[in-house]
Design a protein around this ligand. Structure first.
Ligand SMILES: O=P(O)(O)OC[C@H]1O[C@H](OP(=O)(O)OP(=O)(O)O)[C@H](O)[C@@H]1O
Ligand SMILES: O=c1cc[nH]c(=O)[nH]1
Ligand SMILES: [Mg+2]
Length: 210
């Protein structure tokens, strides 16, 4: 597999993903699982954050200890479904800022349509982790990364829960500098652009809109 792609198939993630995929799982549990998976994935996606040494005093002795240094983080969910991942990642990095990119996929052309962008003012000085549970054709992720790059963001990671091989190729061809973290690489896209086996429409299942 491309060295820029990390498949995060930890047993806890796989177990929760099975619950997500199950069509019997209702919105409440679906939301909880998306959030918990995002939290576990965030642990891996932030593994390379730089550390620096500081001097502290424990109740017992002076000590040298490590804190995160360097670039600060921003999480940017792609609306709507990416919103489901925000709570989980913020549990890992509560000080991160959160931007939003609104895109929906036109059901006929499957092309992404932009409708909202609001990013932290200092976003170009931050590392951005872009969040969307589904990478299908790749159109939405490719477009969202263009939006971030046009704002001057230089360090971007993309985190999704399920990817289709077609979308993974499109994304890594268009943005080879962006590391991708996913929990599962599924089989293919069907004629409607849905991931097979996938989990259906992530936004609708999160928000109960269908
Ligand atoms: O890789 P792609 O082919 O672009 O498809 C993936 C996109 O489709 C879904 O969003 P959708 O358009 O359903 O919008 P929603 O999140 O508002 O439901 C999903 O959350 C991704 O953003
Ligand atoms: O399978 C898919 C494809 C795109 N968007 C979804 O929510 N699910
Ligand atoms: Mg949707």
């Amino acid at each position: 597999m491309n060295q820029n792609i990390a498949l995060l198939d930890h047993p806890l993630i796989q177990h929760k993903l099975t619950l997500l995929r199950d069509k019997q799982t209702g919105s409440k549990e679906f939301r909880e699982m998306v959030s918990e998976i995002a939290m576990l994935m965030c642990y891996e996606a932030t593994r390379d954050l730089p550390l620096k040494e500081v001097d502290i005093e424990t109740p017992v002795a002076l000590a040298k200890a490590k804190v995160i240094s360097g670039k600060k983080l921003a999480f940017v969910p792609i609306l709507r479904a990416g919103l489901g991942m925000v709570e989980g990642v913020l549990q890992m990095v509560p000080a991160a800022k959160v931007g939003h990119i609104g895109l929906y996929r036109d059901p006929e052309s499957l092309h992404p349509v932009d409708y909202y962008v609001k990013l932290p003012e200092d976003v170009r000085e931050r590392e951005v982790i872009l969040l969307d549970p589904m990478l299908a054709t790749g159109g939405s992720a490719v477009e969202a990364i263009h939006v971030l790059k046009r704002q001057g963001v230089q360090h971007i990671k993309f985190m999704c829960i399920i990817a289709a091989p077609e979308g993974m190729k499109t994304l890594t061809d268009a943005h080879p500098d962006v590391p991708v973290f996913c929990a599962a690489l599924d089989n293919h896209l069907n004629e409607h652009g849905y991931i097979v086996p996938g989990l259906g429409d992530a936004g609708d299942r999160l928000f109960g809109t269908k």
